[in-house]
Design a protein around this ligand. Structure first.
Ligand code: AMP
Length: 199
């Protein structure tokens, strides 16, 4: 939604790694088990992915989804930004209850081609699971499973949650209630982006 509305390129290491896995590349094979089990992929791999992506696409603004997830990744992002002579404008922390997470992953459908995400309860996609943007197939993710969720939550609590304090120190952190519907959350994120956009 951010790319479509603001034209800012978005990337997500999870989406890149799912694509690599589906293509059967060496990187995809090396990381497939971490993805399937819900564990985090090594910092070294993730940081290299982001560095490569920034070199290619990072000239005029960027949004990361699902990065950084560890302190080392956050520190590396700071050094990358310094090298690019840019600063992070916003860190958006979507606060969701465990119940919301459970409900969302149980119904999540994702396009294997472009990453468009929706829910199986959406009447529009229930009978024809085809992406409205690229005609890719909408599918369930193999880590959207209640057993795997426990590992993902544990990784979040031990490795990602400390980033809240890290970004609070540099005053770019905005916490948003992510339990609301998509439009309410998007309009709050949009306001934050608009406030940062030169008029
Ligand atoms: P996501 O699509 O963001 O839910 O990520 C799916 C999976 O990709 C995660 O459970 C991890 O295995 C891996 N992954 C994505 N982003 C990262 C990251 N920043 N650091 C480590 N592993 C990641």
């Amino acid at each position: 939604m951010i790319t479509r509305h603001f034209g800012i390129p978005v990337t997500s290491p999870g989406a890149i790694l799912r694509r690599e896995r589906d293509l059967g590349t060496a990187l995809g094979q090396e990381t497939a088990e971490a993805l399937r089990s819900g564990g985090l992929v090594s910092d070294k791999i993730i940081i290299e992915l982001i560095e490569d992506w920034l070199r290619l696409h990072g000239g005029h603004g960027f949004v990361f989804d699902g990065f950084p997830r560890t302190l080392l990744q956050a520190e590396s992002l700071m050094s990358m930004s310094t090298k690019l002579r840019t600063a992070l404008d916003l860190v958006i922390w979507l606060e969701v209850s465990e119940e919301t997470v459970r409900d969302r992953i149980t119904g999540r459908l994702q396009c294997g081609e472009c990453g468009f995400t929706t829910s199986s309860s959406s009447a529009q996609f229930a009978n024809r699971p085809v992406c409205p943007y690229c005609d890719g197939r909408l599918e369930r993710r193999n880590d959207d499973d209640l057993g795997v969720l426990q590992t993902r939550l544990q990784e979040f609590r031990t490795k990602t949650e400390p980033l809240g304090a890290f970004y609070k120190k540099v005053s770019v952190l905005h916490r948003i209630d992510g339990n609301r519907d998509r439009d309410a959350v998007f309009s709050e994120i949009s306001r934050l982006i608009e406030d940062k956009t030169p008029k």
